[in-house]
Structure formats: C-alpha cells, structure tokens
Design a protein around this ligand. Structure first.
Ligand code: PEP
Ligand code: MN
Length: 366
C-alpha cells in the first residue's frame, strides 16, 4: 500500500544550500586520506559549494577493491565542517553507519542505489534515524522499479524523516549503452509528477560514468526542472581510488556551473509569457483531443475488420499488409519532421492494440 502523501519540509528550510538553483552537493566518490579530503573541500569551498560529499563506506561490485576508509574518515569530515564551514554528507548502508554518522555530527546522509533496492536495510536505516531531523536523500534502486524507490521513501517518512529528497543516478543494464547507467528519464519524471514537492537531485557522475558526459546530463536535468545536482569532485581525479573517470576537479566544476550550463526558470510572472504559454497549451489540448478522437475511430474500424475477418475465417495478422502500412507511415511521417523511432514506437503500439481488439473478437471474448 502506498502512502499517498509524504510529509516533506522544503529544501530551502534545511539550512544546507544558500544558492537554491541548482543546489549542488559535490565532493569525492570516496574519502581517501585527510589531505585529499581537505584539499578537495578547500577547492570546493572557494568556488561556492556549500555541501560536501564523500563516501566513507563504499559498496564495491568486486571484493578486493578499495572499500572506503571507514569511520576514521568521519573525523576528516568534522574537520571540513570546522575549517571550511561546509555541511557534510555521506552514504549509509545500515544502522551501524547511521550511528557513526550521528555520533560524528554528519549533516546529511544518502542511501545508495544498492541499499534502496533492499527493504530490510532501508527499514533498518529508517529505524536508526527515528527521532533525528537529519536530511536524507534516497538514490534510485539499481533496477528501474519506481515502487521500490517510493517504498524506501515511505519507510523513511513513517520513521518521521521530513527532510527527504531523491537522487536519480540511472539504472543498471546488461546492454552496452553510452552511459554507465540508463537514465530512463521517464521514471524520474513520473516520480516528480507524483510527488512534486519532493526535492530532486540528479547525479551526472554515476549516471554518465565519465566526466565527458557531466555537462550534457546536468543540462538535461536542469531543463527537466530538477533542482539539485550531486557531482563527484576530487582534487586529483586521475589517482582517485574509486570512480576516477567520472570526477571533476573543483576548477572544472566551477567552469561547469558558472560557464557551461544554463539554469532555466521554473516559471515566470511575466504577463506576456503567461498569455503566450496559455495560448500554446490550448492549441496542444485541442490537438490532443483530436488525436484521441482519431485513435477511437481507428479502433472502431479495427473492431469492424475483426468481425469481418471472423465471418470469413481469416487470420488476424497479415504481415504483408502491416509492413506496407508501416512503410507508408514512415515515409509520410518523415515529411512532417517525425523521427523513425518515434513513428515506429507510436504505430507499433497502435498496431498492438488493434491486434488485441481483433483477437478478443475472434476468440469470442467481445
Ligand atoms: C556513490 O555515490 O559514490 C555511489 C556509490 O553511488 P550509487 O549508489 O549511485 O552507485
Ligand atoms: Mn562514486
């Protein structure tokens, strides 16, 4: 059962970010040494970052890789708070991590993708956080299961966590794709539309897996209206002990945030904007009505064809006819500037629905 509403304290009241858009959490994948932590934090402080991230316990795919420095690194994070006035955040994957973080005054924690996928661990963490008012960010689970992601948010919400937010870092795939993880933006968009008040971060480092993609993914997420970015930054990325390819130096991060990405407004109070956008939206609404009417009419004809095929004892699928029709659609559609992928997606969906209708008729269901 889903709790329809999560009780959320807006991010501007968390006391973490002074510059609200985008809200940036930056820092190394892992805390490696006191020097690396302090040097990175200094660079980030100088360029205006307020919230510093560093992994203390690292969930590695293979044993034998660097698994984080453990609780000793929390002392370095305390030093970052004291010397640079930064807020600090780290990943927790169980109650022991939570206890250590609370003991060391960590300002914010996040649940990693592998943890969100495990309700036992999420519950354990939620129980350990009960009674605190520390902000908690929940990364998406490794698989594209929106309910599992929401379930984790509900567990934390029921434990009284109200400074709650999410981080989209993409989903694992077996297929080789451009990015390290598949963005599947539609999942993020669906979560945003169900919980518009939930603070939303995107993690272009883990999503893209390469510093080359950080700019395009950051821009995409701002264009989609997500307000936060979590970006890995290391004083010397090439020697990083984890995720070396996807970290920026603080100077590169400054260039990205101040010169390379464009922050768009969510809305505008200008009467001219309102008038124009309302007009365009009205046009879209009318076109959508027409599309629905056309789809309804098309399906009615499909039904008639189904009945006619039944009377004449003809099979539903006529491959040659479908190939001919799709060919014509692709040719015509291109004239309207529609891509082949879009046309294939739309018309295959229409064809599938039409076959289903005819199937029901022939099998006597309808
Ligand atoms: C991380 O943020 O360093 C991390 C391990 O991320 P994820 O859980 O997204 O893999
Ligand atoms: Mn990492």
């Amino acid at each position: 059962m889903s709790d329809k509403n999560l009780e959320i304290i807006p991010m501007c009241e968390w006391g973490m970010f002074t510059d609200p858009r985008p809200c940036v959490v930056a820092g190394p994948c892992s805390a490696e040494s006191e020097e690396q932590v302090m040097e990175t934090a200094k660079g980030l402080r100088e360029m205006g970052i307020n919230v510093f991230r560093a992994g203390i316990w690292k969930p590695r795919t293979h044993p034998g890789c660097f698994e984080g420095v453990g609780a000793q690194g929390l002392k370095w994070l305390q030093k970052v708070q004291q010397e640079y006035g930064l807020k600090v955040a780290t990943e927790v994957a169980g109650e022991k991590h939570v206890a250590e973080c609370l003991k060391h005054g960590v300002d914010m924690v996040w649940l990693g993708a592998r943890t969100t996928a495990n309700p036992f661990l999420v519950q354990e963490i939620a129980d350990a956080l009960k009674g605190t008012d520390i902000p908690v960010l929940v990364k998406n689970p490794v698989n594209a299961d929106l309910d599992l992601w929401i379930g984790a948010l509900e567990r934390l919400s029921r434990a009284g966590i109200k400074k709650l937010g999410v981080i989209h870092r993409g989903f694992s795939t077996f297929d080789k794709i451009k990015y390290r993880n598949d963005p599947q933006w539609q999942v993020a968009i669906e979560l945003r539309s169900r919980y518009p008040e939930l603070p939303f971060f995107v993690d272009p480092s883990h999503l893209g897996g390469s510093r080359d993609y950080i700019r395009e993914i950051s821009q995409r997420s701002l264009d989609l209206g997500f307000e936060g970015l979590m970006i890995e930054s290391h004083c010397n990325p090439s020697v990083a002990l984890s995720d070396a390819r996807q970290q920026l130096t603080p100077a590169q991060l400054r260039d990205l945030l101040y010169d390379q990405i464009v922050v768009r407004e969510k809305d505008s109070d200008s009467p001219e904007w309102k008038e124009n956008i309302d007009l365009l939206r009205t046009k879209i609404d009318v076109i959508d009505e027409n599309i629905l009417y056309a789809l309804g009419s098309r399906m009615r004809i499909s039904r008639m064809i189904g009945e006619y095929k039944k009377e004449n004892n003809i099979a539903i699928i006529q491959a040659a006819r479908w190939d001919y029709l799709l060919g014509k659609v692709l040719e015509k559609g291109k004239e309207y500037g529609l891509t082949e992928k879009f046309l294939n997606d739309v018309f295959n969906a229409i064809h599938e629905a039409s076959v289903e209708i005819q199937n029901d008729i022939i099998s006597g269901k309808k």
